[in-house]
Design a protein around this ligand. Sequence first.
Ligand code: PLP
Length: 383
Amino acid sequence: MVSEQTQVVSRNQVRIDRRALRHNFNTITEEVGPGVAVMAMVKGDAYGHGMTETAAVLAGCGCRIYGVAELVEAVTLRRAGIGGDIFVLLGFVAEEAEQFLLYDLTPVVFLHQDIEALSQAAVQHGREIGVHLKIDCGMGRLGLLPAEVPAFKQRIDNLPGIFLAGIMAHLPEADQRQAASTPQVFSCFQETIDRLGAGFTGVRHIANSGATMYFPGMHCNMVRAGISLYGCYPDGGASDDLGAGARLQPVMSFVTRVAQVRDLPAGSGISYGHTYVTTRPTTIAVLPLGYEDGYLRDLSNRGEVLIHGRRAPVRGRICMNLCMVDVTEIPGVAVGDEVVLLGRQDDAEITADEIAGWMGTISYEVLCLFGNNNSRIHIDGKR
Ligand SMILES: *Cc1c(COP(=O)(O)O)cnc(C)c1O
């Protein structure tokens, strides 16, 4: 009998390890020390790890500050019961200014219309709102130019209901220890703030994961940790020191199950376009996932997966919902066997950085792709 309660789930499953997430947050918190706050960057659905679940886990280990891109994400967090400070980094439309007061959110500002709308909304509510000013000291992205900062601060000071609670900038190359831009951008940041004189006593923050790890002199009052929370190193794993041997732990893994095992003769073309043709009798395991699940077509004839703790190479093009791997060297592979696309199996491991290398991208994109295109389950340590 079929029960409506029977849970039917995808064979493709992203697993989020809460224990690793806690370990990484605690490691970063210890690394920066007691005088420095840690903002947990949970934009991008927490880099594919699930925004509200991630924020709730971090709240459980004392996190009090979160960073998101858009207002809608911040409101979602509040409605899910997340307390503390929630920063909206990418601005908002003026009509929505009131939401910052209703949900007690922290706006990052860089437009005159932002501060005017916030001031009006604050006055209407009989409240004061603290804002953080975004300046561009060489990132070449969002923010005010340093020369525009004094007048903008003056404007904030003159408006009722609003005050300057912090100033932030972003670093373009903090993932590279040697990059000359990092000290330059940092000096510009400090000088811009110094020029405001004693009139600014708020919070300063510029460090992403890269600067948090590689430039401890740039922690200021707060660091904004993203990729490191999720267990990857911003330089792609080229170096792996975060303080005294503390190792970050990958939080996400991605698994599927073998859908079919097929023995093919030499000379068989595999998948669309026959971009791979077998050169010997070959055993192929067919996997029920493809680019629709974030396992992108770039991984055709390039990716590897783990089966029985051993590596099996992808053969032929990756389809929307299928891909083929060569298990000729791995005896006894059967339908239903677990396949690890990202993460550990026995003593073997495939990291997000390794997959990023095959795809010509960075771990951030791999995590977003896998996490945001598959059903996620949360686990505590090993299953
Ligand atoms: C995403 C983001 C971060 C976090 O960067 P990581 O390299 O993931 O640590 C920090 N600051 C800003 C402004 C960001 O957009």
